[in-house]
Design a protein around this ligand. Structure first.
Ligand code: BT5
Length: 275
């Protein structure tokens, strides 16, 4: 988009992963603000080695290269601003409200997943470039725009878990419209990452949109799992969970929204009562 920090948009017909593409570009010295958008990914990636599914030409698959002036313990906020900008875009362009499930999912009000965010830092540039530029973070987002058109389109493991803007609205949606609205919303949010006041603003926005707060959750960590009630988001964007009378801060992990123990698991939607 000319005149914004996102003036260099690489449109790729097919790529293995837009995140992989931009991480390589970052290593080669690409600037803050480069965007990669693909029609198709042959190896779209989720977190922890998982896959991101999207048939060619149906959904928005994009990544953005950021070099924010961000304290290391606030790096999660780079992913959060992309999630927030996506909720802005869908709200402003389409009038559809989405919630953010901490740390990286966008859910429809029925609790099904519309989008996922994946932030990856390049190890080689993680300490910041010797040229004084910020270290590179690539934040990718996959938004289910027109796929699935119906539950029957989904692989069995995603039925009941995934939905699309098209399914939610009952009509096809223009991917370019969503992309443009997302980048427009993202500019000021990324700008906020570089100041303490701006970061507070972004965390407040996250708290307002985060449907995990107040929800019974199961937290899956690299070295185990625990259950509790999510009660707050810290100034760094991390999740605070109350468990057994204590509060634990979750910096990185998978979170499952669950019903109270004994009633079985189910995804829940924005504002929904876990009961
Ligand atoms: C994510 O991971 O949700 C992050 C997804 C990021 C995808 C974007 S696309 C552009 C950029 N380039 C990339 O290579 N990746 C990024 P995670 O929370 O791990 O969720 C992955 C899980 O979600 C999978 O294991 C499936 O269960 C489920 N899943 C896969 N495809 C899905 C889809 N289209 N909609 C909803 N759920 C999906």
């Amino acid at each position: 988009m000319p005149g914004t920090r996102f003036s260099d948009i690489r449109r790729l017909e097919s790529v293995d992963s837009t995140n992989r593409y931009l991480l390589d570009e970052a290593r080669a010295g690409a600037d803050d603000g480069v965007v990669a958008v693909a029609d198709h990914q042959s190896a779209g990636r989720g977190r922890l080695g998982r896959r991101w599914e999207a048939p060619a030409g149906s959904n928005l698959l994009m990544s953005v290269l950021l070099r924010p002036d961000l304290p290391p313990d606030h790096r999660y906020l780079a992913a959060a601003v992309v999630a927030l900008a996506a909720t802005d875009a869908v709200d402003v362009a389409l009038g559809l409200e989405l919630g953010i499930k901490w740390p990286n999912d966008l859910l429809a009000l029925d609790g099904r997943k519309v989008a996922g965010v994946l932030a990856e830092a390049d190890v080689a540039t993680a300490a910041g470039g010797s040229d004084g530029r910020g270290s590179a973070i690539v934040v990718g987002i996959g938004i289910n725009v027109n796929w699935p058109g119906a539950d029957a389109d989904l692989p069995p493991d995603l039925v009941g878990l995934a939905t699309s803007l098209r399914q939610q609205l009952g009509r096809r949606v223009d991917r370019t419209e969503v992309l443009e609205a997302l980048l427009e919303a993202l500019g000021p949010r990324v700008g906020d990452l570089s100041t303490a006041a701006g970061r507070i603003r972004q965390v407040d926005g996250l708290r307002a949109r985060c449907t995990t707060i107040g929800t019974r959750v199961r937290v899956e960590l690299a070295d185990g799992r625990f259950e509790g009630t999510a009660c707050a988001v810290t100034p760094e964007g991390h999740l605070v969970v109350e468990t057994g009378g204590a509060r634990r801060t979750v910096v990185a992990g998978d979170v499952v929204h669950v019903r109270p123990p004994g009633q079985g698991d189910r995804p829940i939607g924005a504002g929904a009562d876990p009961e």
